[in-house]
Design a protein. Sequence first.
Length: 233
Amino acid sequence: MQTARHSSLNSQSGFFKFWAFITGIMFAALAWVLTQFGMGDLMVDKQTWSVVASKVTQHPANIRTQIGRMVLEGMSPNSIVFTGRTAEFNSKVFETDGGEAVDAAVPGGCDEAKGGPDGTVRGVWGYKDITDPALGYYIKDVGTNTNVSGREAFAYLHGIPLAVCEQINKGFGLSGIEGQSDKIDYALNGGKGDSTYDPTDNVFTAYPAHAFACFENPGGSGTYDYYHALIER
C-alpha cells in the first residue's frame, strides 16, 4: 500500500512539474510575441496613462471635498473663490483661513495641458467660480439647467492627451470619448461665462448628467478637455 501511494505521489508530482514546465514555456512565448510586436510597451503605456489619469481626477476631487466642508460651515457657494478676494475673508479655497486646499501642479504626462483664467496658461489648472451675479458656465442636466441659478463651479484642463482622456472616462464608467457640438470657450466674457444657459455657447453637453468627464472640444482637431464639477447647481 505504501509503495502504491508513493508511486501515486510521484505520478502527481511529475504531472504538476510537467504542467509547470509547459506553463513556463507558454509565458515565455507570450512575452516574446508582446516584445516583437511592441505590445509589451503598449501595456506599460496603458498603466502609465492610468496613473496619470488617476492623478488628474484626484486633485479636483480633493478640492471638491474642501469646498463641501466650507459650505457645511456656512459659506455661501456664491462667495467661494479660487483667486482674488470677496467681502468674506475666508472665502478663498486655497487660503489657510478659507478652504485650506492645495493647488497641485498638473501631473507629468499632462503638463502641456492648459488652464488658468481663460484656458491659455500651460501646465496649470483652471477654475471657474459662480461669484459673478449674472455670468457662468453649466454642465447639462447636472442641477437645474436654468439661467444663472443653475450654473456650476468646476475645475478643468484644456488639451490633455487622448490616452489620458480615455483612461479618465474608463474610470468613471463612460464608454469612449464623446464630442461637444459647440466649442467651450473658457475666455468667454473675460472667463466668467455667459448670462444664459445656451448649449451652443457655455454648456458642457457631451456627457449630460455627469459631473465629471473628459470630452473632445471642437475648438481644435483632436483637442480633449477634462471638467470636474466642484459646486453643482
